[in-house]
Design a protein around this ligand. Sequence first.
Ligand code: SAM
Length: 253
Amino acid sequence: MGDKESERERYDDRALRMLQEQAAALGAVGSTAIPPVLRAPYLFYEDAVRQTVSSGDRVLEIGSGTGMHTSILVRTGARVTATDIAPHTLEVLARNLGDIGRRVTRCVADMEALPFEDGVFDSVATAGCLSYGEPTKVDAEICRVIRPGGSFVCVDSLNHNPLYRFNRWLRCRRGDRSASTLRRMPDESRIRAIRRGFSALDVRYFGGFTWALSAIGQVIGASRAAELSDTLDRWCGVRRSAFKFVLVARGRR
Ligand SMILES: C[S@@+](CC[C@H](N)C(=O)[O-])C[C@H]1O[C@@H](n2cnc3c(N)ncnc32)[C@H](O)[C@@H]1O
């Protein structure tokens, strides 16, 4: 089985178990469901979505999964199409989003070959998914489906810090993620490649010290550790050593 199939199976089985065990907790969506020490990039992503997406916009979310970051898109008043390669994740998404989920069009789709016409979306958004497809194919597909002048917003992990790379490698060894997702984890050259498709790009980096936070949190508490981490990120101008980044690309060429 190739990596694409094994990732689809991993996420689909997980979602199926949630459906069977009735474990998809209603309301467990958005940045508030994320532990405080990891929350800052997701809060920033939500702000970026609110600033970029307008009511009535046609927005495509790639790799929506169980809808953790879909609700922020829906709450902008946009017409959201949520996509994922694993069909059961979209069932969990519908359950998790409750009433607002009725405003979301769900579609099983591979991010390497999106089943949409050119330029049909005002924006594309994605959270934590860029490593699940071949970068050149995924980036080309994202640009293809965004109308000229449209935007792309994403939050994802960055591939430069050796501590985070080692941790991902361990997870790969344990079978929790495929080798190709390690190889395709976004880095600065990927960000530069995305930039070429747009007239403007802003990137904010987070979590240069996330590796130390659980120990620090034991002493000063999780939420103070999170504040300290954000302050250190700003003071040190964290960039390549970041754990996560949020990218906002405007003006699709
Ligand atoms: C790390 S999860 C992120 C899910 C969600 N965005 C979130 O933040 O909770 C990655 C998601 O990408 C989906 N995925 C993996 N490969 C994909 C592909 N080739 N095309 C579309 N979705 C894919 C998985 O099924 C999974 O739901």
